[in-house]
Design a protein around this ligand. Structure first.
Ligand SMILES: *[C@@H]1O[C@H](CO)[C@@H](O)[C@H](O)[C@H]1NC(C)=O
Ligand SMILES: *[C@@H]1O[C@H](CO)[C@@H](O)[C@H](O)[C@H]1NC(C)=O
Length: 314
């Protein structure tokens, strides 16, 4: 009789916890991943998450992290948090495997990103007659400030790219290629192919150790980001992340909040909201869910709680 009761209660408890657990998981407004990319400060998965300066440019939609600029939307393929670099791909970019027309790429002047020194941009199929890159002496009215815009040392890169099947099929003369090397891509951070009179471009940030094998180059664009003018990781955010929280902001002053796994926001860390003794400070509904889940966890892991309940009920 008692055993029957017991197994019935266990089934009921398991059933209830199955209903409650998913709502516990999804109650954290700011997610810690987007697709398979871990999301940490300064990035966020939605409004109120991460650093407000990045919110406009980096978004997570349908589990895809995307960088948006005035030239388009670009999938973020990787984030190197220790070196503060994001890697993006440009679907309009040409690679060794695929050659296609493009309008180019540009960062917004006020975006919190800059190009890393690893980027190599190669302009393809440029007009040798009208492209300003080939008449650098007349590019600037003042001859003294005229600078070459194509790197002569980059000639091997042009040869390798033009030997790729997708590009060699177009039968372009090598003179239409340019490894583009102005500082910072000009003040507007822009690779405007229409203006430069080129029909496509290729960008990569690594030879993958094999300079002569353009099939294996890492195509895409690498961008550096900074936390703030001093570029230090905010302490409050580091503490929040250590307690399994996600850094976010709220209010009219975009002040810091720590979004905790149970959905609550604090101005410190999530340690206090997950401690049982301080649980009374929680909102009624969340307290309820919290106590229920804590009870289940202790019920299954701690025999004394189980015995206590056993003595109470039966
Ligand atoms: C916590 O903060 C996030 C991000 O600002 C917000 O979306 C969410 O509604 C807040 N949750 C609560 C319970 O205030
Ligand atoms: C610039 O250089 C060209 C050719 O070398 C010359 O004819 C022209 O006078 C120069 N212009 C200026 C402003 O120095």
């Amino acid at each position: 009789m008692e055993l029957k009761h017991y197994s019935y209660s266990i089934t009921l408890l398991l059933f209830i916890s199955l209903i409650f657990l998913p709502s516990l998981v999804s109650s954290q407004a700011c997610q810690r991943t987007c697709g398979n990319l871990p999301i940490k400060y300064p990035f966020g998965t939605g409004p109120g998450c991460g650093d407000p300066r990045f919110q406009k440019y980096v978004t997570c939609e349908q589990q895809k992290l995307t960088l948006t600029t005035h030239t388009g939307s670009y999938p973020i393929t990787n984030i190197d948090y220790s070196n503060q670099v994001i890697y993006i791909s440009d679907p309009s970019m040409s690679t060794c495997a695929c050659s296609q027309p493009s309008k180019g790429f540009g960062l917004d002047w006020d975006a919190p990103f800059s190009f890393t020194d690893d980027n190599v941009f190669t302009l393809l199929d440029c007009s040798t007659i009208s492209s300003p890159i080939f008449r650098s002496n007349s590019y600037n009215v003042d001859n003294s400030s005229a600078v070459p815009l194509c790197d002569k040392q980059g000639a091997p890169i042009c040869s390798y790219l033009y030997s790729c099947r997708a590009i060699s099929m177009l039968n372009l003369p090598i003179s239409t290629c340019c490894v583009y090397t102005p500082v910072d891509l000009g003040p507007s951070f822009e690779l405007n192919l229409q203006k430069l009179q080129c029909s496509s471009y290729s960008g990569f940030y690594s030879f993958s150790g094999q300079e002569s094998n353009p099939d294996n180059w890492k195509y895409g664009i690498s961008l550096k980001y900074k936390f703030n003018v001093y570029n230090d990781y905010p302490n409050s955010c580091a503490d929040c992340e250590k307690s399994d929280g996600v850094c976010g902001y709220a209010g009219s002053y975009d002040s810091f909040i720590c979004n905790c796994p149970n959905g609550l926001n604090t101005t410190s860390t999530c340690f206090f909201v997950s401690s049982f003794n301080n649980g009374l400070r929680l909102l009624p509904l969340q307290t309820g869910i919290y106590y229920t889940s804590t009870f289940f966890v202790s019920f299954f892991t701690n025999p004394s709680v189980f015995l206590m309940v056993w003595n109470l009920k039966w």
